[in-house]
Design a protein around this ligand. Sequence first.
Ligand SMILES: [Zn+2]
Length: 244
Amino acid sequence: MWPNGKRWVYSITYDEGCQALLDHAVPIHRRYGVPGHLALVASQIGVPRDVPGSSYDGMQILSRDEIHMLCDEGWGVSCHGMTHAHITEENVAEEVYAGREQLSTTLDMSVTMFCLPGNNTHHEIVKAHAAKAGYTSIMTIYDDVNRADVDLLRLCRCPLHQEYPPPFYSAYDPYKRLHQAIDCGGWIIDYCHCPTPDTPIHPWKDCTAEQLAERFETVCRLGGDDVWLAEPNEVVKHLLEQRS
Ligand SMILES: [Zn+2]
C-alpha cells in the first residue's frame, strides 16, 4: 500500500509558516529526518502576520527564500486562504481560487493542496470548489487517522498541542493515535503552529519544542523501518497514482 514496504505514514504540518520555526522546529526535523509542511496564507509571505485577534498576529512569516530553502530539504506547502478569512460563496473566488494563484506566483511553485483556515465549518464550500480551483486535496482539522481509502478532499489532522480545550483539558500525549495508525496501516498528519521552548504560544493551538522532539522520538522509536516519514503532498501524489 505504501511505497518501499512501509506500513504506516507520519506527517506534520505548521499552519501560518512563522519564521520562528527556523529556530525552534527545523533543527528537530533535521535531527529526526522528518520533513515538514507549511500551510501559508497567500497574502502574507515574508511579512509580519496580519490577522487581528489571532494568537500569532504580528509574528514574522517565512520569506520566499526561506520557504524555498525548506522545500529543498523536502518540506512542502499548501494554501491556507488568501487572508485566513472564513470562506463563503461571496469570498470563495478570492480566498480559494485567487489565493492559490497568488501563492503559486509568489513562491514560483505549484500549489495543489488547500488547508482550511480556522475550523471545519466552511469545509463543504471549499470542497465544492476545490477541483475547479486547481486543488487535489484539502486538509481539515477533523481529528483522526487517514486510512488508505481516505477522501483526499477531507484529510484529517491530529492536533499536537500541549493541552486540549475544556471540559477535559486532555494532557499532551506523545503516543497520540500512533498505535491506531500502526494497527490500520494509516496516515497521521499532525498539526500545530509554531512550537517554542518551555511554553507554547497557546496551549490549545501548539506544543512546546520539547514536546515536538518527544513526538518525533516516539514516532521513530515505534515506527522504526515501518514508518514512512513523508511530506503530505508526496503522500497525496502516491495515493493519486495508486488510484489512477
Ligand atoms: Zn490558520
